[in-house]
Design a protein around this ligand. Structure first.
Ligand SMILES: [Zn+2]
Length: 89
């Protein structure tokens, strides 16, 4: 049996067949950290990191668009100045 399916409390070894998150006997977390971490990743952090990841990539996407815009605009005006310089000179 994999350790995370062994539902005895990791602190007092009281059997925990109902899979309480906290041991009914000693009050500590009843299961192995790997089990609670996986459970947590599947629920809260998993969802949250998805949201943050898409937010970050959206921000950097917008930044990239703005940078490209500035670059193009700089190039545009540089070209204008060069052209007017040619016409005037
Ligand atoms: Zn216990």
């Amino acid at each position: 049996m994999p350790p995370y399916l062994n539902m005895n409390c990791i602190h007092c070894k009281t059997p925990n067949p109902e899979q309480w998150f906290y041991c009914r006997s000693c009050g500590n977390k009843a299961s192995e950290p790997i089990y609670t971490t996986n459970l947590f990743m599947q629920s809260e952090i998993g969802k949250r990191s998805d949201i943050e990841f898409s937010k970050v990539s959206m921000d950097s996407h917008i930044n990239k668009i703005n940078k490209d815009k500035i670059k193009k605009s700089n190039k545009f005006w540089k070209e204008k100045v060069r052209q007017s310089g040619v016409l005037n000179g």
